[in-house]
Design a protein around this ligand. Structure first.
Ligand SMILES: [Zn+2]
Length: 452
C-alpha cells in the first residue's frame, strides 16, 4: 500500500490535509495523516496540493496519418507534464478520420505501447456515415463529434441539418453524447464577403469574419434538434458569451445539454492579440475582454460545465508566422502542458479555488466521457490518478516546459502561477520534476455496453 500525503488534498468534500491510501491501482480510502498504516510506502508532498488527475475530453492527437503534427507519444507526454491522466482524441485531423470501426481499430493499433496516460477516442459523425454510428458505439467509443461548418481539413466533412436529421436517431439510440462544433457557415460567409479587400494581418479582420451570430444560430439549431430527438448534446469550445442566457434557460428546463470552453477564451482577449500574431488563431475566435469576463461568470454559475484544451497543434510553418495572415494560418492552439497553470493564474485572482478547477478540469469532463465512476475524483474506489501541484510557485513558459511535438505557443515568455510537480497514473508516477519515469502504460478507456 502507498500513502500520498499533503496539506491540501482536493476531495469532493473540500480541500483538507489528508492521506490518500492507494492499494494497487485504486484509491482505498482518504484518511487523516495519523491513520496511515505503519507498513505504507509514504509520499509526503508537504505544503503542495493534490488534485484528481485531469481529464481532457477535447484533444487532437492526429495519429495515425498526421503524426508529424502530433502523436500519441508526444501528446500523452505533454499531457502527463500538464497533470492529465486521460485524453480523449477528436475524430479528425488523423487519417483515416475515426468515422468507422475499421478506422477506430487503426487508431488502437497506432496507440499501442505509446501512451503515457489513459486515452479514448470519440467517433465522428460526417455527411455519409450514419450507418456506422451504432457500430462505433458497440466498439466502445464514449460518444460522437460533428461539425456544422467546414472543419478546413481533408478527411472529415461537415454535416447539414438534413444530414444530421438522418444521423440523430442513431445517436439517440446509443445514449452517448454528441459533441458539436457550433458555428453555421451562413453568417461566416456573409461576414467574409463584407471583408473583401480587408487586411488579413489584422486580428480584427479575422474576428469580424467569425461573428457571434455564427455560434448563436448553430446553438439554437442544436437546442431545437436536442428537444426533438432527445439525444445528449454537448457544445464544444463555447466562445461567445451571448449564448449563455439561452443555455442557462434550457438547462434549467432539464434539456440534456452540457457546455465546455477552453483556457484560451478565459486567458486571452481580442485586444491582447497583435496583428500578425497567428499563434492566437482558433475557431471560434477569441473575442473581446467583456466576453471573456462573461464566460468566467458562466463557469461560476455552472452554465459552462468544464474547461478542456482543444489542444490542436500543427507543424509551425502552417502558422504562417512570417506573413502573419489570419486567413492562411492553421487555426488551433496547443496547451496541454500549461492548461492547469493558465487556468489557476486566472481563476485564483477571481476568487475561485482548486476545488473549482477539479470540477471543471477533472470531474465534469470525466462525466461527459462516461468514466466518472473511475476517474475525476479523489475518493475510495477511484483510479489513483493525481496531480501534485504547487499553487504558489510561478514559472515562465519556455520551450522546454511544453513537451508536445512542436513547442510553439501564444503563451511563450508569460509568467504563470502554479507548477505541476508530479502526475500519477493508477498509482505510478508518469511525470515527476521534469522527467517521465517508467514505460508508457496508458490504456484505452472504452464504454462497456452495460454503461449505456
Ligand atoms: Zn477541436
Amino acid at each position: 500500500m502507498q500513502a500520498f500525503i499533503a496539506r491540501r488534498v482536493v476531495t469532493p468534500e473540500g480541500i483538507r490535509p489528508a492521506a490518500i491510501l492507494v492499494e494497487g491501482e485504486r484509491i482505498r480510502a482518504v484518511v487523516s495523516r495519523d491513520q496511515v498504516p505503519p507498513d505504507c510506502q509514504v509520499h509526503d508532498f508537504g505544503d503542495a496540493a493534490i488534485l484528481p488527475g485531469l481529464v481532457d475530453s477535447h484533444v487532437h492527437i492526429n495519429e495515425p496519418g498526421r503524426t508529424e503534427w502530433e502523436g500519441f507519444e508526444s501528446a500523452t507526454r505533454a499531457a502527463a507534464a500538464g497533470g492529465y491522466t486521460l485524453l480523449v482524441d477528436m475524430p479528425l485531423n488523423c487519417l483515416p478520420a475515426t468515422t468507422t470501426v475499421a478506422a477506430l481499430e487503426g487508431k488502437r493499433a497506432a496507440a499501442r505501447s505509446k501512451c503515457r496516460i489513459d486515452w479514448a477516442a470519440w467517433g465522428g459523425v460526417v455527411h455519409d456515415n450514419q450507418d456506422h454510428i451504432e457500430a462505433l458505439a458497440a466498439a466502445g467509443v464514449p460518444g460522437f463529434k460533428c461539425f456544422l461548418v467546414n472543419p478546413g481539413i481533408d478527411g472529415f466533412t461537415m454535416v447539414t441539418e438534413a444530414q444530421l436529421r438522418t444521423a440523430l436517431p442513431h445517436v439517440a439510440r446509443t445514449g452517448l453524447p454528441l459533441l458539436v462544433h457550433a458555428e453555421l457557415p451562413g453568417p461566416i460567409d456573409q461576414a467574409t464577403r463584407a471583408l473583401a479587400g480587408a487586411d488579413w494581418r489584422r486580428y480584427d479582420t479575422y474576428l469580424k469574419s467569425r461573428p457571434d451570430e455564427a455560434e448563436l444560430s448553430a446553438i439554437r439549431l442544436m437546442l431545437s434538434l436536442c428537444r426533438e430527438f432527445g439525444f445528449r448534446l454537448h457544445i464544444v469550445h463555447l466562445s461567445t458569451s451571448r449564448a449563455l442566457p439561452e443555455l442557462r434557460a434550457v438547462r434549467a428546463e432539464g434539456l440534456p445539454v452540457s457546455v465546455e470552453t477552453c483556457p484560451h477564451y478565459l486567458h486571452l482577449s481580442a485586444d491582447m492579440i497583435a496583428d500578425g500574431a497567428t499563434l492566437n488563431k482558433c475557431a471560434p475566435p477569441i473575442r473581446g475582454w467583456e466576453n471573456c469576463e462573461n464566460l468566467w461568470q458562466g463557469l461560476g454559475d455552472g452554465t459552462i460545465d468544464m474547461v478542456v484544451t482543444d489542444h490542436s497543434p500543427c507543424p509551425p510553418a502552417m502558422k504562417r508566422l512570417s506573413e502573419g495572415s489570419f486567413r492562411e494560418a492553421w487555426g488551433g492552439i496547443a496547451s496541454l502542458s500549461v492548461a492547469l497553470p493558465l487556468m489557476w493564474t486566472e481563476a485564483q485572482r477571481r476568487g475561485f479555488t482548486l476545488s473549482d478547477l477539479a470540477l471543471w478540469m477533472a470531474e465534469a469532463p470525466a462525466r461527459l466521457v462516461g468514466c466518472d465512476a473511475r476517474k475525476g475524483k479523489i475518493a475510495a474506489g477511484y483510479d489513483a490518478d493525481f496531480v501534485v501541484f504547487d499553487p504558489e510557485r510561478e514559472f515562465v513558459v519556455s520551450e522546454d516546459k511544453l513537451h508536445y511535438r512542436h513547442p510553439v505557443s501564444p503563451y511563450m515568455g508569460e509568467t504563470l502561477r502554479g507548477v505541476v510537480k508530479a502526475t500519477y497514473l493508477r498509482g505510478s508516477p508518469v511525470f515527476s520534476e521534469g522527467k517521465f519515469p517508467g514505460e508508457p502504460a496508458g490504456r484505452e478507456h472504452t464504454m462497456p455496453a452495460s454503461n449505456r
